[in-house]
Design a protein around this ligand. Structure first.
Ligand code: GLU
Length: 462
């Protein structure tokens, strides 16, 4: 028993593709069977290595591990040719040399006559020895299959074409390769986007012609934008990896994706283990689901607040590396994250809030500094500098008491000292509670930043 994910490496890994991969992966885990990754790269012109890497990176980031693969179709041309020869020898396929002009004019006439355009079988009995290879589709009867999502599907054979299984240059086409692979790789359940549902009856006829057993199918509806139109860039990113770049946790994205088109009562938050336990193909919604960026953000924030610290830090590290943060150069990351996670919207946001604790900034934000760093502020910052220099037990509580004592002495509110101190520490005025922030910035850096702020005010007043 196996399931598979079979992307074509002709662009980035689409968010909808990621959801299909998730469903196929969940099915494999649930059924304790293998999950196969197959790269469908027979289209040599459109397939790129960069796209293969985007698929591998995307699946790795999501944690959708595969038991077999990646298997590249481009390594299997020999096998496909063997099957094409078998179909030719048994008379279930034939060469066709109809010209493009003939096919085009036939098509036009059929459309004019309001008939469904299809090949007329002109070369069926010609016994040609080259050209494209067409599969001899049965003339009578129907193809019937029971899709896990769509229910019973019936298509009359008279509706189906003699499809091309090998191009004139000898390369096999998608409908042939997918059947050979799903058979050879012993795929029990084919889970894919419903943009392929029209191919399925043709593929079933191929299985039957080859005397192979037909797998089960689940065709997953596509994802629509929030306004019900086809999902496009204006609804949010389509590239899976841009969700990583924007600071989503993979588990939060998986949680969102699984709920998009699949449900278990009213439950919104699912751990991966719960998803595996509860997942059933038959609970996939047969109508398309709409993508909702706000809900995704809500789930992500929920995960950032509540997930295991080790998980959070693992994915945060990726962002911190991009910001060139050296974790040896500041507080313990797990303690800092515990302080910052509550008010972070995303991992990107969280990583940006970490920077002030590990790296010194060059300049204060000009606008903020002009507003906050007054001559009065300088007095308060000088008070802070002298008191904090004396402080040996560097804790948020003690720092808080020092700020309070300065406020009492000078008979001013906490904010009068707190605001310039916040700008002093952060450079841009953005930070959580000031005493905790100072604790995490550490004594050495805090004193240096106080001196820097005082110097800034002096330089403005000379
Ligand atoms: N390679 C096909 C695609 O990316 C999927 C084929 C399949 O799942 O059968 O659309």
């Amino acid at each position: 028993m196996k399931s598979r994910f079979a992307p074509s490496p002709t662009g980035f890994l689409h968010i909808g593709g990621a959801r299909t991969a998730l469903f196929a992966w969940l099915w494999a885990k649930k059924n304790k069977s293998n999950f196969v990754l197959r790269i469908e790269d027979t289209d040599r012109e459109r397939s790129t290595q960069a796209s293969v890497e985007a698929i591998l990176d995307g699946l790795e980031w999501l944690g959708l591990d595969y038991d077999e693969g990646p298997i590249y179709q481009s390594d299997r041309f020999g096998r496909y040719n063997e099957v094409i020869q078998e179909l030719l020898s048994s008379g279930q396929a034939y060469y066709c040399d109809c010209s493009k002009e003939r096919l085009d004019s036939m098509r036009e006439t059929q459309i004019e006559n309001k008939e469904k355009p299809k090949y007329d079988g002109c070369c069926r009995e010609k016994s040609l020895e080259n050209g494209v290879v067409r599969f001899r589709n049965p003339d009578d009867g129907s193809v019937i299959f029971n899709d896990f999502v769509k229910g019973e599907v019936i298509i009359a054979n008279s509706e189906l074409d003699d499809l091309i299984i090998s191009r004139s240059d000898g390369t096999p086409t998608y409908n042939l390769t997918v059947v050979v692979d799903d058979h050879d790789m012993q795929i029990e359940c084919v889970i894919r986007g419903d943009d392929h549902i029209n191919n399925t009856p043709k593929q079933i006829n191929l299985y039957e012609a080859l005397g192979w057993s037909v797998p089960k199918f689940a065709h997953v509806p596509m994802i629509l934008g929030s306004d019900g139109s086809r999902l496009s860039k204006r609804h949010g990113a389509l590239n899976l990896l841009s969700y990583r770049d924007e600071g989503f946790l993979p588990d939060a994205l998986l949680n969102y994706l699984v709920r998009l088109g699949w449900s278990h009562g009213d439950q919104e938050i699912f751990s991966i283990d719960e998803m595996i336990e509860l997942f059933e193909l038959k609970n996939i919604n047969s109508s398309p689901a709409s993508f909702n960026q706000e809900k995704l953000e809500w789930i992500n924030q929920n995960y950032i607040k509540t997930c295991a610290p080790s998980d959070l830090i693992k994915h945060l590290n990726w962002h911190l590396e991009r910001l060139e943060v050296n974790l040896d150069d500041g507080p313990k990351i797990d303690e800092l994250v515990d302080f910052l996670r509550e008010r972070s919207q995303s991992l990107l946001d969280l990583s940006r809030s970490c920077v002030m604790f590990y790296k010194d900034f060059d300049d204060f934000d000009e606008l903020q500094a002009n507003k906050t760093f007054s001559l009065n502020a300088k007095d308060f910052l000088e008070d802070l500098l002298s008191h904090l220099s004396e402080l040996n037990d560097w804790s948020a509580n003690n720092i808080h008491s020092i700020i309070e004592s300065i406020c009492d002495e000078r008979n001013i509110g906490f904010g009068k000292v707190g605001q310039p101190f916040r700008l002093t520490l952060s450079g841009d005025g953005k930070s959580g509670s000031i005493d905790k922030s100072a604790q995490f910035v550490g004594k050495k850096r805090t004193l240096a930043r106080l001196k820097k702020a005082i110097a800034w005010i002096n330089s403005q007043n000379n």
